[in-house]
Each structure stands twice: as C-alpha cells, then as structure tokens.
Ligand binder design. Structure first.
Ligand SMILES: Nc1ncnc2c1ncn2[C@@H]1O[C@H](COP(=O)(O)OP(=O)(O)O)[C@@H](O)[C@H]1O
Ligand SMILES: [Mg+2]
Length: 260
C-alpha cells in the first residue's frame, strides 16, 4: 500500500527568480496493492514531482509518503520506474537488456529462463530476443524497458508518461501490452500521462491534477469492465468519464456559450 499524506513540495528559486516554486500542495492519496492508478494533468502540474517522491528520488518538503507503513527515504527494489525514454543498453541484445535487472546483481545463474521467456512473450518481444536496441522501433524498445523493469517482480511499477513519445497507433498497442502484463502480474501501478483517454482506459482510478500549485483536483473511480479494449473509448460511460475530467482540466470549455 502507498500512502501519500498531506504532501507538499517546494523547489528553491531557479534562474535568479526570487520566489520558490510550490510544485505540489496538499496531496493526499492512498493506493491499494494491485491497484492501477493513473495521474492526468497538464505539463508543469507536478506529476513527475509526485512520481519521483514515490520512487524516492525526491523528498517531500512537508508531509510523508509511506510504503506499507514505512516512510520512503530512497529508491528500493520493490519499486521499478519506467521513463518516457527507454534508455536501453545499446551493446546488449533485447533479451540481455530484459535480463539485466537480475544478471547485474546476481549473474546468469539466478536468471529464471521460464520467467524471462514468458515476459518476452507477453511483451511481444520473443522474435526479437537476439536483436539489438537500434534494430527495434521506439514502441518495441519501450516494451523492452517495461519488461526489464518488471523482471525482478517489483510490487510497484511507476511510469512517467511512458508512451508520451509514441505515435497514436503504437501507443494503443502499448496500452494493450501493459494491460496484459498487469493482468498477469497484478502489481500496483502509478502511471502518469497527459492523455485523458489513456488515463481512463488503463485505470481503476484516475487522479486529475491541476497546476499553481499542483494538487489533485479530482479523483474518479473507473468502473469499465476488464479486459479493456481501445474501442471502449466510444462507449457512453467512457465519454461521461472524459467529460468529467475535462470539466476539471478545461473549466472554460464547459462554460462556453452555446454556438449556432
Ligand atoms: N528540480 C526542480 N527545481 C525547480 N523547479 C522544479 C524542479 N522540478 C520541477 N520543478 C517545477 O515544479 C513544477 C512541477 O514540475 P513537474 O513535476 O516536472 O511537472 P509535470 O511532470 O506535471 O510536467 C514546475 O513548475 C517545474 O518547473
Ligand atoms: Mg513530467
């Protein structure tokens, strides 16, 4: 369980500015084990700051973050992080990149071949195991990065706009692969995005963030059936979720005068 308790984060002034930046204020969320939570909001609203604090890369200025009751002080093996850029090791094959999380600490002897192959299969990488990263598309590279992140079986997967650099079709494929993986592993996921449809399609719960200062303006439980399919974005319930989120992110568009 992840407990984010009354967290505030202030950065010191940058580039000669006189005021410190209040990146986050009064963030209070509890995430249950196995829950898939997405955070959606515009650029600069503090999404990365929030994720980095859960990861242990940054610390709250006020408040606390607890993992199963223990305060987060630094990164740990139970939390894997996936960034927008896949950052694979170019001199290793795809399979060796995926295995890296295990082989770096323990050597090849600790590698569970069955698990590695299962993971390669789930992420659609089996045919490319002997390829090198430069031979793969951006989407495949990111699938490799995700497989590498989960091979050590972390309880928590933290993802910061992992599909943000990909085109729409690839993105949709990636969402499918990620949901298949989550169905198998059922780890806790904190997934950041600025795409409202992505936030709804993946999540059990969406946290909507707004800036100045960054805070969670709305929480929305998503009751769409699983498994989820991309065409659910056209369902009336989906549109209703989207409308509720956009009303928070773009209040002016909900208030516009009727045209025509
Ligand atoms: N290391 C830092 N030093 C100073 N200000 C920062 C730092 N990191 C982020 N910020 C500021 O904090 C706010 C939130 O940033 P960030 O968490 O990256 O937002 P997001 O990921 O939603 O785009 C922004 O105003 C940003 O400029
Ligand atoms: Mg960010």
């Amino acid at each position: 369980m992840i407990e984010i308790r009354q967290v505030q984060k202030t950065y010191p002034p940058v580039n000669g500015a006189s005021e410190p930046v209040v990146a986050l204020e009064s963030v209070d969320v509890t995430i249950q084990p196995g829950e898939f939570v997405t955070v959606v909001g515009p650029s600069g609203c503090g999404k990365t700051t929030l994720l980095n604090m859960v990861a242990g890369f940054e610390h709250p200025t006020q408040g606390s973050i607890l993992l199963d009751g223990q305060e987060v002080r630094q990164p740990g093996p139970e939390r894997a992080v996936v960034f927008q850029q896949p950052s694979l090791l170019p001199w290793l094959t795809i399979e060796d990149n995926v295995a890296f999380g295990i082989t770096i600490g323990h050597g090849k002897s600790q590698l569970d071949r069955g698990r590695l192959e299962g993971l390669m299969q789930t992420m659609g990488l089996s045919e490319f195991s002997r390829h090198y990263p430069y031979q793969l598309s951006g989407g495949m590279q990111q699938r490799c990065a995700i497989a590498r992140a989960v091979i050590t079986d972390p309880a928590i997967l933290l993802m910061d706009e992992p599909f943000g650099a990909l085109d729409a079709q690839t993105r949709s494929d990636m969402q499918r692969f990620l949901l298949a993986l989550w169905t198998d592993l059922h780890h806790t996921v904190l997934f950041i995005t600025h795409d409202v449809e992505e936030a709804i399609l993946l999540a059990d719960r969406v946290l909507v963030m707004t800036p100045r200062p960054g805070h969670i303006a709305k929480e929305l439980k998503i009751n769409l059936a699983r498994p989820r399919y991309w065409d659910m974005v056209m369902a009336p319930e989906f549109t209703e979720y989207k409308r509720k989120i956009l009303a928070v992110l773009r209040p002016e568009s909900s208030a516009r005068p009727a045209s025509g």
